[in-house]
Design a protein. Structure first.
Length: 397
């Protein structure tokens, strides 16, 4: 499933880049490679001109007409895949293509019918959708009328190509547009989430410090007024200020600790993104049931997951990584178990690094344990922390 999503995203990214101006020579060449295969339909006109089937004047005129047609087509399609021409310019270039296609087919024969394929492509790529929906069938009707007059078999053989290739181009345009809008929507959602988090932080700080700072300000003013005549009462106000300040400092530290404490659900989501970005197949569970799990245990397990995934991405060279989060009942009580297993090399094999050593100490502080080592298929890390008490079950008398 992850591989399919990654492949879909890659295809979508390539389509989006095709619909944007080239940023360098490489992207310009890539656009040319995407366009040039369509020129296969020019093989028949070129063969007709080089085969000596026409007079010298007709051949020269044919080469001139074909050169102008290809130049107009390439200019129109290549430029429109980035910075589109104004509508009048598009209309003029499409008119040139239509006139040349009709004229060359009527004067030089049925071997030039393939030019209508390019006219249909140009309509699908450059015109607004409503205009493309009627110009493509119109192009097909004109092609069929001329084709039946020149070569009935060739006309019926190409009619579906002329019709469907134009509509396929409108589909590609719609896909590019939808992909671009989706990316913009994702960016907007991320920005809104960041704004909401900032607002939440501002609200929490206001709730934490607003009352305390107001009280400190009030008592400072009272102490200032009492100091000349009632130094004892002023000293009491100063003592109150100290007490309020200390409590405010404690509240801020607790709040900051809460913000910095990692959450297992967030780490699992980050794990999916990190492993996918590293080109691995990621088997990561959804948000686990953490009811009754102490915050200290959850934070320790989140740190373990972060360290394990970092090692997998940096050192393992794995192609697949599986993450599991389970609740188990052991002799020591209920435990929350995290398992991270990959099919890589398992690193250098020179003993545990600083990361695993620090992780072991962190888990031990939370009452947990850490096991890490190589397996037949790669490397496996298992971290366990106390999961608290199981949900209460009703009992009878």
């Amino acid at each position: 499933m992850t591989e399919d999503l990654r492949a879909t995203d890659a295809r979508a990214e390539r389509l989006v880049r095709m619909g944007e101006p080239p940023r360098n020579v490489r992207e310009a060449l890539r656009k040319m490679v995407w366009i040039l295969p369509w020129l296969v339909f020019l093989a028949s006109p070129v063969s007709d001109l080089t085969g000596g089937h026409h007079s010298a004047g007709a051949t020269a005129a044919g080469w001139a007409g074909l050169t102008v047609f290809v130049g107009a087509y390439m200019t129109l399609v290549f430029r429109n895949m980035g910075r589109p021409f104004p509508t009048p310019v598009v209309a003029v270039l499409l008119g040139v293509l239509a006139v040349l296609a009709v004229t060359l087919c009527l004067t030089l024969g049925s071997r030039w019918l393939g030019l209508f394929v390019y006219l249909s492509v140009s309509c699908g790529v450059t015109l607004p959708l409503r205009a493309a929906y009627w110009t493509i069938p119109l192009t097909t009707v004109v092609f069929l009328a001329i084709g039946l007059r020149e070569d009935e078999d060739a006309a019926w053989g190409l009619v579906l190509v002329v019709l469907l290739v134009g509509y396929s181009m409108t589909g590609v345009r719609q896909l590019v547009r939808t992909t671009v809008e989706l990316r913009k929507a994702r960016a907007t959602v991320a920005q809104l989430a960041a704004n909401e988090e900032r607002l939440r932080l501002a609200r929490d700080l206001h709730d934490l410090l607003g009352h305390s700072l107001s009280l400190i300000t009030l008592k400072s003013e009272l102490a200032g007024r009492m100091l000349p005549d009632h130094p004892g009462k002023a000293a009491q106000q100063v003592a109150d200020i100290e007490q309020v300040s200390r409590q405010a400092l404690v509240d801020v530290r607790e709040a900051v600790t809460g913000y910095r404490r990692p959450r297992l659900a967030a780490e699992l989501a980050g794990t999916q993104v990190a492993l996918t970005a590293a080109g691995m197949v990621a088997d990561v569970p959804d948000e686990p049931d953490l009811a009754g799990v102490p915050e200290e245990s959850e934070a320790a397990l989140a740190w373990a997951l972060r360290e394990a995934v970092t090692n997998v991405v940096r050192h393992s060279g794995a192609g697949r990584c599986t993450v599991e989060v389970l609740k188990r009942q052991t002799l020591d009580g209920y435990m929350l178990e995290l398992s991270v297993e990959d099919d890589g090399s398992g690193g250098t094999g020179k003993g545990p690094g600083n990361g695993l050593t620090g992780l072991t100490e962190r888990l031990e502080k939370a009452g947990g344990t850490l096991e890490a080592g190589r397996t037949k298929r790669g490397f496996r890390l298992v971290a366990r922390v106390p999961a608290g008490f199981p949900p209460a079950v009703g009992s009878g008398a």
